[in-house]
Ligand binder design. Structure first.
Ligand SMILES: [Zn+2]
Length: 163
């Protein structure tokens, strides 16, 4: 019973953010850019389609998904890429606990890291991402080692190309 009440309170608390997500994902669905994939746990899930314009596909190029309240948009099949779905569902639960404060605190955290923590990546270090990655067993890379390794790999490829 308490779990059910907690869920209802969470949906209500997150509803202003979810409303923004519904307007965003619904508009993209009307345009044929996103496809409705159904309800997964507490998430209302859409998937980016190949019919999206090039500029939108370009924006999604390095992203697997995002959550806006209870709305989840994935750039992959939610039934086969379960880790990405689970990651976004962690953000959904975060928003059900913080409501409208979730995007605000998320943004302020990233901004604070960007301004004050010169050696840290705002994305990799923001606590909400660390929590989501840790929950689903993804690499928690607060040192930004993956980004550093990718840069080194990229520069070594450039060097190889030059040779
Ligand atoms: Zn995330």
């Amino acid at each position: 019973m308490w779990e059910k009440i907690k869920k209802i309170l969470g949906y209500t608390w997150a509803s202003p953010v979810t409303a923004v997500g519904l307007a965003y994902a619904g508009t993209c669905q009307l345009a044929g850019w996103y496809k409705w994939r159904g309800v997964r746990q507490d998430g209302l899930v859409w998937q980016v389609t190949d019919s999206s314009p090039n500029w939108l596909l370009y924006l999604w190029k390095t992203w697997a998904g995002h959550a806006v309240g209870n709305v989840v948009v994935l750039n992959c099949d939610p039934d086969t890429k379960l880790t990405f779905l689970e990651h976004e569902l962690v953000h959904v639960r975060q928003c059900m606990r913080l409501g409208v404060f979730h995007p605000i605190v998320y943004g302020i955290s990233m901004l604070a890291i960007w301004i004050a923590c010169e050696s840290s990546s705002p994305y990799w270090t923001v606590p909400f991402e660390v929590d989501a990655r840790r929950t689903v067993g993804q690499v928690v890379d607060v040192e930004g080692l993956a980004a550093i390794a990718a840069k080194k790999l990229k520069s070594s490829k450039v060097d190889l190309n030059k040779n």
